[in-house]
Every structure is written in C-alpha cells, then in structure tokens.
Design a protein around this ligand. Structure first.
Ligand SMILES: Nc1nc2c(ncn2[C@@H]2O[C@H](COP(=O)(O)OP(=O)(O)OP(=O)(O)O)[C@@H](O)[C@H]2O)c(=O)[nH]1
Length: 361
C-alpha cells in the first residue's frame, strides 16, 4: 500500500462551509437555493439561531437534508460545545453525506466558529473548513459596519462574499458598499446578487479557507485556553412560554484565546399563541407596528395559523420591509400554533406582547 499524501488525506476530510452574514442578509435564502438545486450531493445542515424559537429550522427547505438545530444561544460562545458534539456525531456516519453546512446566527462572530475546525483534534482529523461564506445586505451593510462589530468580523473572515439585495440600492450605493467591503477584506471573492442567485460551485467546494490570512487578522486564532468561563455573559434566558434575551452593552470577550465581540444590546422577543390567530387583526397590527418601530426592529419572523386557513402563513421582515405568504398546509397531527420573533435593540417588549396576544382568534 502506498502511503497517502497530505493532499489525499485532505481530500478525504468532509468539507464544512460556514455560512454567515448579519441578521436578514439572506443566509437562509442562499441555503435554500443550495439545497433545492439539482446537485446530486447530500448535505448535513446545522442551523443556529438567536431567537430560540425554532423558526429558522422551519424555513429551511429540503426533503433529504438532515437539519440540526442549535437554539440555546449564540453559536460562537455558549453552544460551541454543541457544535463540536453535532459534528463529531456526523463524522461517525461518514459516507452518508458529502459536506456539512453550518448556518450561524446573524449575530455570530465567525472567528470562534471557524476556530472549532482547528482546535478540536477529532474534528480536525475528519473535517476541514472549506470556506467562510458571508452574505451581506447591500442596503444595510454600511449602517451595520458602523454599529455592529459582528458584521465587520463576518466580512473580515469571509473567503466568499455574496453582496445580496442589489435590487434595493442604486448603482452608486452599490459601489460605495463594495468599497467599504474591500477596505475590510480585499481578498474574498465577491458576487453581487439578487436573492443570492449564485452558482452553487461558487459557494461550495471552494477550498478557500486561508489560515495564513486569518492569522494575519487574528494572531491568536490557534491559541486554545482550557478554562472557558461564560458565566458573565449567559445571554440566553428561557422563561415560561416566551423567550427573551438581552444585555446592556457592546461586549468584547476572550474565548479560547480569541477575542470576539458581542452586541449585548441586542435582544429578542419571541411569543407563542397556542392556536389560531385572526388574520384581520394580525395583518394591520404587524404592518403598522413594523412601519412605526422598524428602525429598532432589525429582524422579524413568524409562522402563523390563521383561523379557517389550512395553510401556514409565514412572514419575515428586515427593518420596515416585510414579506409574507401562505405556504404549505399544516400537516395532519401538526399542532396549529402561532409563533413570532422580533430581534432588535430597545424593543418594546410589553407593547409587542400585548399587540400580538390581542390577535388571537
Ligand atoms: N429585495 C430583496 N429581498 C431579499 C433578497 N434576498 C433575500 N431577501 C429577503 O430578505 C429577507 C431575509 O432573508 P433570509 O434569507 O431569511 O435572511 P437570513 O440572513 O437567513 O436572516 P437571519 O437568519 O434572520 O439572520 C427575506 O424576506 C428574503 O425574502 C434580495 O436579493 N432582494
């Protein structure tokens, strides 16, 4: 038997794509595009979301794919252990799929996520980080670069950048945002898109993650600390039916020797009605609320059971722009519940709660 070259061993490792991008940029849109394409490959998908209510998982299409959900906080800190466990579990079933895709929450700093593939020995032996793919919102990125350090880190760490929603900006605005991206990351392959329309081969199988470049940005990338104290920023609270989640200030902390940033001002309000909602009450409420409070609501999503409607109503918004339609039927045996989640700064939680609960049918 001939000894295997390092290249051969590399090729045998399962490629992992980390899909990142700020809240609402289009990560799920890209993921769904990848999964719906006739690619003949089988993916395992890991989805991490901030809102703790399991809506993202529901919005991912794909009959064949296995979707693993991680809802208990941000992937870059509290649940990194979960990420390692899920990946180790997947690696034991090698051969069942061709690649792993990790969709992080919009609020994750990708550095510690990427680091997972270099500091955990079992993961490192069997998986390789293929690329960090960052979806950027052409309309909002410039604003987020000013007030959200995660957004900047996502751009800095990207091997591939999908500059999405170009339909929402002028040619001049597009040049401006592109220049801002290039000032942070001159290396990444950049694609301008509407609805993340990009050939799948531009996103997967890139073999693009460049450790040397990352060490230039983040010299401590490979340093590992044993002790790992997260008590001071346990930012997921789960009370009764509703979940909320907040902090006070921009917060920087070290994890595994790596500095990373957290926007502790960001909060989410997630609410559930155990049953139907009256569409004639809900639609005017959500439209008005989003128009008046959209500046502070970065992201909104919901899956609703409308009275006398066999299909699920799914809506989502980024600031003031709302999308919603009736999608598939509620399945037999599937419990008709109505769930919404709002993510933003200084959310008026009581107002949102009373407004939503008043829409119950
Ligand atoms: N106008 C416009 N809207 C888009 C485009 N791409 C996606 N959207 C819409 O933007 C919203 C957010 O898209 P998602 O793919 O859910 O974004 P995301 O990054 O997964 O969001 P989070 O997981 O909440 O961070 C949805 O309503 C999409 O339909 C685009 O190119 N143009």
């Amino acid at each position: 038997m001939v000894a295997k070259s390092p290249e051969d061993r590399m090729a045998e490792k399962i490629p992992v794509t980390v899909l990142t991008g700020y809240l609402g940029a289009g990560k799920t849109t890209l993921l769904n595009r990848i999964l719906s394409e006739d690619h003949g490959r089988k993916f395992a998908v890991i989805v991490n979301e901030f809102g703790a209510i399991g809506i993202d998982n529901d919005l991912v299409v794909g009959a064949d794919e296995e979707v693993f959900e991680m809802n208990n906080g941000c992937i870059c800190c509290t649940v990194r252990g979960d990420l390692i466990r899920i990946i180790e579990g997947l690696l034991k079933r090698k051969g069942k799929f061709d690649a792993i895709i990790v969709e992080t929450t919009g609020l994750a700093d990708p550095a510690p996520v990427a680091q997972t593939f270099f500091v955990d020995a079992d993961v490192q032996n069997a998986a390789r980080l293929d690329a960090v793919v960052t979806v950027a919102d052409a309309k909002w990125l410039a604003e987020r670069l000013k007030d959200a350090p995660e957004a900047k880190s996502q751009i800095a760490f990207a091997d591939v950048i999908i500059l999405n929603k170009t339909d929402l900006v002028s040619a001049e605005e597009l040049r401006d945002v592109e220049a801002r991206i290039r000032a942070i990351n001159p290396y990444a392959k950049l694609h301008e898109t509407v609805k993340c329309a990009v050939p799948i081969n531009e996103v997967l199988g890139r073999n693009a993650f460049d450790l040397d470049r990352i060490l230039e940005i983040e010299p401590q990338f490979l340093e590992v600390e044993d002790a790992h104290d997260h008590d001071h920023h346990d930012h997921a609270h789960h009370d009764h039916d509703d979940h909320h989640h907040h902090g006070r200030e921009h917060h920087e902390h070290a994890s595994h020797g790596l500095k990373h940033y957290h926007d502790e001002d960001m909060q989410s309000v997630a609410l559930t009605i155990e049953g139907d909602v009256d569409a004639d009450k809900f639609m005017p409420w959500i439209n008005t609320y989003i128009q008046t409070e959209g500046a502070s609501i970065l992201r909104s999503k919901g899956i609703l059971a409308f009275k006398d409607e066999p299909r699920r109503f799914v809506f989502q918004g980024v600031h003031m722009i709302l999308d919603g339609d009736l999608q598939r039927d509620w399945k037999p045996g599937e419990k008709r519940v109505s769930r919404v989640v709002f993510i933003g700064r200084n959310l008026k939680e009581d107002e949102i709660r009373s407004g939503f609960l008043a829409c119950a049918a």
